[in-house]
Design a protein around this ligand. Structure first.
Ligand SMILES: [Zn+2]
Length: 323
């Protein structure tokens, strides 16, 4: 009996041992992976890895962006340095040429009757004259500048002092069969800003970077504060039949008539062909600036843009003693 019990216990013990031995086997193979300790370990490891990748990616992205912005900024600075240098060089060259070949003749009746080589300014030219006001990137408009505007017949606004000559030019063109339209005139800073933003985003939509778009636009649309349109002294004029402001415009009969006759009314093609490096603007056959009949005729005769004329007026201007 005792031997039987012993053997039963032996059997029980050996069953239990077998069960105990089998237990880990069941854990490893029987339990599902989902929800196991190993599973959670792997999830945590994966999350840590994901976080690491995200952080590294963010750091790399912003570093690259920073480097590109820095590059853009350096390019803008370089462009500005080049422009300033070119302007200074031009001024020096002009002064040297004038000093070499020119002489100032002091007339009894005029402050600035000047002879410089073959150049002469045969009329009273005062640098402070409102008609010679120079507006460009290097000479932004004084924010205090005020203008008395008057409407033209087609609802545009210009400096009231130029309305008569402007409408006379348009009327005379009509008599010769050219139908002219003023498509742009006075613009305040806000309007110029809007146009600038629109043009920049149009170029960016075509794939240009902000930097490239900005410099592309700057050649065709003066930056806010440096546009002649703020003065009311400039207008964009096109023929009624073709109103696009593009290269084709210059070939239109209306543009040809205007280029030939505008000086008779005191206007000049402000951003002329061949003067792009001086004006800083692309050729615009449609942009006319009022400078008065004398200056317009003089500038046309000697092929001077307003920057050149303005330099001459400044350079040769000698206030009479006692004034
Ligand atoms: Zn214009």
């Amino acid at each position: 009996m005792l031997a039987a019990l012993k053997s039963e216990r032996v059997v029980d013990m050996s069953d239990m041992e077998m069960q105990l031995e089998a237990a880990p086997q069941e854990n490893r193979e029987g339990r599902p992976y989902l929800g196991s300790v190993a599973f959670y370990k792997h999830v945590i490891l994966f999350c840590v890895f994901l976080l690491f990748v995200l952080l590294t990616g963010t750091v790399i992205f912003f570093s690259a962006h920073y480097v590109s912005l820095k590059k853009d900024y350096a390019a803008v600075c370089e462009e500005y340095r080049t422009v300033s240098q070119e302007r200074d060089d031009y001024k020096k060259q002009f002064a040297a040429a004038a000093a070499e070949s020119g002489r100032v003749l002091k007339d009894e009746t005029s402050k600035t009757d000047v002879v410089r080589g073959d150049f002469s300014i045969p009329f009273h030219a005062d640098p402070e004259d409102w008609r010679y006001l120079l507006i460009n990137e290097a000479h932004p408009l004084n924010p205090e500048y005020t203008v008395k505007l008057a409407p033209t017949r087609n609802g545009q606004f210009v400096d009231q002092r130029i309305v008569y000559q402007l409408e006379k030019m348009i009327d005379d063109a009509a008599k010769e069969g050219y139908s002219l339209i003023i498509c742009s005139s006075y613009r305040d800073y806000e309007r110029q800003n809007e146009l600038q933003k629109e043009s920049i985003s149009q170029y960016m939509d075509k794939g240009l970077s902000y930097h490239d778009a900005f410099f592309r636009v700057k050649r065709t649309l003066a930056l806010t504060g440096t546009s002649e349109h703020h003065t009311g002294l400039s207008v964009d004029i096109v023929g009624e039949d073709y109103q696009c402001l593009d290269e084709e415009q210059a070939k239109r009969p209306e543009a040809i008539w205007l280029a030939e006759h505008c000086a008779e009314y005191g206007f000049v093609v402000r951003y002329d062909r061949g003067k792009e490096d001086i004006t800083g603007m692309d050729y615009e056959s449609w942009h006319f600036r009022y400078v008065g009949k004398e200056a317009a005729a003089f500038m046309e005769e000697y092929d001077l843009c307003l920057e050149e004329f303005s330099d001459m007026v400044e350079f040769f201007h000698r206030p009479d003693e006692g004034e």
